[in-house]
Write a new protein. Structure first.
Length: 272
């Protein structure tokens, strides 16, 4: 047997060992992810339960849990020995959620909502003391060519603005309420006490309305969009002519808007 043949055999064995090592590493990663999925599903679980679901020996499950615990991805209840997801998962989730763009994630939701209700749907975010529309979709019933995209609208006179203002810290809300609010139409709410009551209702009911407050003959409803940590980062709204948006039709519109806001919140990582 030549030296070249011996060298080739040695290379083949080394490659085989490396392949096995890689496969084993991938399997360990897969099992570790499965452990976290099990804990996410059940809330908590013991070593025996996890081993049974993974179809591995308890010692293997224990080693996996040990590695995950060292990285803060799982934690253990010392009194009962059960494991649950640790704070490290929140750190990773926060990093991922921060990359989710509300305008990108909201585009299909906004379009679907407009198609469902036939009216104009918008997504707005807070910009200092105004609500700015960053996404818009028109439904089949929309008869106006008005473009709300990029438009700054007053917080106190729009449904989106009320949603965003209602979920600001109390000190911020009170600071804005202390300012003189412009009367845009006869229906615009300018009295601080009345607006404060409306904002309380927004937080309690999960939606806001604006009836002839920004423009005469324009009605709108909006609901909050939550980030992964629960903070309100935007509002999704539907607006249209008053003669179409009233009575039972408007009540149904509120339900559709709230459902769309919940869907977008889920896309942004929020779990109800």
């Amino acid at each position: 047997m030549t030296d070249k043949t011996e060298d080739k055999k040695a290379e083949d064995k080394a490659e085989e060992r490396a392949t096995k090592g890689t496969a084993g590493g991938v399997q360990s990663v897969d099992r570790a992810v499965s452990v976290m999925e099990i804990l996410a599903q059940h809330g908590e679980a013991g070593v025996t339960e996890i081993a049974d679901e993974l179809n591995v020996h308890k010692s293997t499950a224990f080693r996996l849990l040990g590695v995950l615990e060292n990285r803060g991805l799982v934690a253990q209840e010392q009194d009962r020995g059960k494991y649950y997801l640790g704070a490290g998962v929140l750190r990773l989730a926060g990093s991922a959620a921060a990359r989710l763009d509300i305008s990108q994630e909201g585009a299909p939701v906004c379009r679907d909502l407009a198609a469902e209700v036939g009216e104009t749907a918008n997504i707005a975010v807070l910009d200092d003391d105004a609500a700015v529309n960053i996404m818009q979709a028109r439904g089949t019933s929309s008869v106006t060519a008005q473009n709300w995209l990029g438009r700054r609208t007053p917080l106190h006179a729009t449904s989106s603005g009320k949603v965003l203002l209602a979920h600001e810290p109390k000190s911020v809300r009170e600071s804005i309420l202390a300012r003189k609010s412009a009367r845009i139409t006869e229906r615009t709410v300018t009295v601080a006490g009345e607006l404060r009551a409306q904002l309380d209702a927004v937080r309690a009911n999960g939606f806001a309305v604006a009836m002839d407050e920004l423009e005469v003959g324009l009605h709108a409803v909006a609901a909050p969009v939550h980030a992964h940590d629960g903070d309100v980062i935007g509002a999704i709204s539907v607006s249209g002519p008053a003669y179409r948006l009233e009575g039972e039709t408007f009540e149904e519109l509120i339900k559709c808007t709230m459902a769309a806001a919940a869907e977008l919140s889920r896309r942004m990582g929020y779990r109800y």
